[in-house]
Design a protein. Sequence first.
Length: 307
Amino acid sequence: MTSLLPLRLRIVAAGLFAAAAVAAAPATASAAPATCPNTFTVLHDDRIGSMPVPAGHYYLTIADPARLTCAHAADLFRQFLEDFDGRLPSPWRLDAATSTFSGANGAAFSIARTATPSGGGGGQYPATGLICPGSFQVLHNDRIGTFQVPAGYYTVTLLSAGSLTCAQATNRFASFLLDYDGRLPAPWLLDPQTATFTRGGALVGFRTQPGVTPPPNPPAPPIGGLRCPATFRVLNNDRIGSLRVPRGRYWVTRATTASPTCAATTRLLASFLQRPSGNLPKPWRLKASTGSFLRPSGAGFSIKRAQ
């Protein structure tokens, strides 16, 4: 028998029936977690934020393989290990209690240490380069430009073997900490997210990272050990030749143990501020890029705005 319902009502009724059928169908289950077949190797004790990551081999488990691949998870893990301050890039978050990293749209993975490595294609950190032996101590909270460098122990990793020695990298790190305005000398560049210093090429340079624990053996000589204990106050915006000295408090660091004492450098700095032309008494000379006042022997001092 032919339905007496108008055509438009019949179409609406059919649509409602189809919607009800869809609603009655069971929801599709999310994909089961999957453990990546190749382990990831961490070459030295490290941390991500407050979570320690001891050296060793790690299995990575993907919460939903449809949303994140093993290769992508391994690369993310490497990036998180490179991160200087443990603040992961948005939208990623770390649950340190479960060693789980969660991103957007259900993308997530967890790590678990294992004594038995598998495969060998899971990646490693550091991916390239050479970890310098020993730790390097920064004695005072410091900064390079706006990049904060808290006091503590640091490891230094060369980006590639042979391009720079560990001694050269450490000396560079020390000189950058002394730099007056945070503008590194060309061609050096700083990536503050990973605390990586590069010179020209991507693999020429070094990376610094806070040490996980104080070193068991005596560290290398401290960086910033010749800083005077009290700050010097500049009352007015001033200049010494090409060196602008805005009003505020300044740290004074002696260049060598043969440099004038802290009391003597304070008197010298006060007298140099009376010479806006920058015409310093011999044998003193000014290196404005680093805020340094030097004598031919290398003895002298540098100034830097206190935090």
